[in-house]
Write a protein that binds this ligand. Structure first.
Ligand code: EPZ
Length: 419
């Protein structure tokens, strides 16, 4: 089984280029089902999750050629509305093909996406949106069938600004008859990237990035060239890496407006940040100050950086707190950090972190992809060697992570180890 070994090696220094965003690439790949001409996607990160959704699309008849970070897709061969069960169960984001299939073929059969460690991950809001557009939904033996003679635009209010539901319903609505208004929808930058991609193919999506999106249905979509936006979560991970090691890192290929809440929290802590176009320089300081964090839908503090900040706050004198409002069970990394010597108390949705703790290299387990990254960060400032297992989680969301850390001076390697 593969593991990652990390040893401390002082402050990280140098520059790192951020890859394309996983959480933009996945919905945009699903949306390629809606195209009828060639689509070329650039800056697609080479990740396990991208491989899985590429396999799902090939299973539906799309032809996809990969040349490093560029994917060329021919969607004309679309010949199925049933997603492969095996692949679906490997990654819940495959559920994002539901909306496009419904729009293109008036039918979409999918197995119920599994929950995962961070929560039950329901899809009720996705289904509520499809129904509002006129789809008939049936659920038997863990399979969901959505069928609609024709999708008709409607006004839909989302009980929660779900990222996936906003994306799935948007993709279903672009070919519907008439206008759809999506209210209380997610405002993440990845939603905007998806809307830009759809509009390049001839869709009429307005208001992405705000809490109300209007979609005017069109007859068909064509094809386009599109470059995936940089991954703000990967960028945030390396910003914390510089802060926790008191390093000096320049992070390239960043859209700083996507990181306002993260920059604000790091500066509140006492970290020095200099932005310059698509670059961010992060200089870690001694004697950082404790802070309170509350994760929220964008533009609030991102839940996907909560674990990484927890590692940092173990190294900050005093008591910090993190409230996780987006997922019901996203503190499993706390137990792993406690194993390493951190002092953390979790009560319901709040974690109280008392620093500064001396951390010791230990055998720990990645419990989700961001938790895995958080353990690498903690290991960079622990005494002795840390061995991280279940690193397949990390490979789902971080492209060439050891290479990028090694280039900054980290002592990190991937090994094959039986137990
Ligand atoms: C997306 O997941 C991201 N994944 C997640 O990133 C991210 O953490 C999350 O958005 C929140 O920002 C991708 O984009 C592929 P949600 P998604 O629907 O769409 C509840 C990572 O680390 N909910 O916004 O599944 C749900 O239970 C991953 O890269 C419903 O109740 O997130 C959760 O509590 C992890 N009913 C909350 O909304 C629904 O129908 C947020 O979920 C849908 C969601």
């Amino acid at each position: 089984m593969e593991k990652i070994l990390v040893k401390p090696n002082g402050p990280l220094k140098g520059s790192v280029r951020i890859s394309g965003a996983k959480n933009a690439a996945l919905p945009i790949l699903a949306a390629s089902i809606l195209g009828t001409e060639e689509i070329v996607l650039e800056d697609v990160p080479e990740l396990k999750d991208v491989e899985i959704i590429t396999e799902v699309l090939r299973g539906l008849g799309l032809k996809i050629k990969k040349d490093k970070n560029t994917l060329t897709i021919d969607p004309k061969g679309l010949n199925s509305y049933e997603t492969d069960y095996e692949l679906m169960s490997k990654m819940r984001a495959s559920f994002l093909v539901m909306g496009p299939l419904l729009a293109r073929l008036s039918k979409a059969y999918n197995s119920l996406p599994g929950g995962c460690n961070i929560g039950s991950r329901p899809i009720d809001l996705h289904l509520k949106g499809f129904s509002a557009l006129g789809a008939k939904i049936t659920m038997t033996h863990g399979e969901i069938k959505a069928e609609a003679e024709k999708l008709i635009g409607n006004r839909i209010y989302l009980d929660f600004p779900s990222v996936g539901a906003t994306e799935n319903i948007m993709m279903a609505a672009v070919l519907a008859e008439g206008e759809t208004t999506l209210e209380n929808c997610a405002m993440e930058p990845e939603i905007v990237d998806l809307a830009n991609f759809l509009n390049k193919m001839g869709a009429r999506v307005m208001g992405a990035g705000t809490s109300t999106i209007k979609i005017k249905g069109v007859e068909k979509l064509t094809g386009c060239n599109h470059q995936i936006i940089p991954d703000r979560i990967e960028a945030g991970t390396f910003m914390v890496a510089s802060a926790i090691t008191q390093g000096d890192i320049e992070i390239d290929n960043v859209i700083t407006s996507h990181l306002k809440s993260v920059i604000a929290k790091l500066e509140e802590c006492g970290v020095e940040i200099k932005t310059n176009g698509s670059k961010i320089r992060v200089i870690g300081r001694e004697n950082l100050k404790p802070i309170a964090i509350k994760t929220l839908p964008h533009p609030g503090f991102p839940t996907d950086l909560q674990a990484q900040f927890m590692s940092l706050l173990t190294q900050v004198e005093g008591q910090s707190s993190i409230i996780e409002t987006v997922f019901e069970n996203r503190f499993m990394h706390a137990d792993e950090l406690i194993k390493m010597g951190a002092s953390i108390k979790v009560i319901d949705r709040e974690a109280l972190i008392t620093g500064k703790s001396k951390l010791y290299g230990s055998k720990v387990r990645a419990t989700d992809l961001r938790a895995g990254a958080a353990l690498i960060l903690a290991a960079l400032v622990s005494e002795g060697e840390t061995e991280i297992s279940d690193i397949y989680h990390i490979d789902r969301g971080y492209e060439k992570i050891e290479e990028k850390f090694r280039k900054l001076g980290a002592k990190i390697e991937r090994i094959e180890k039986e137990n």
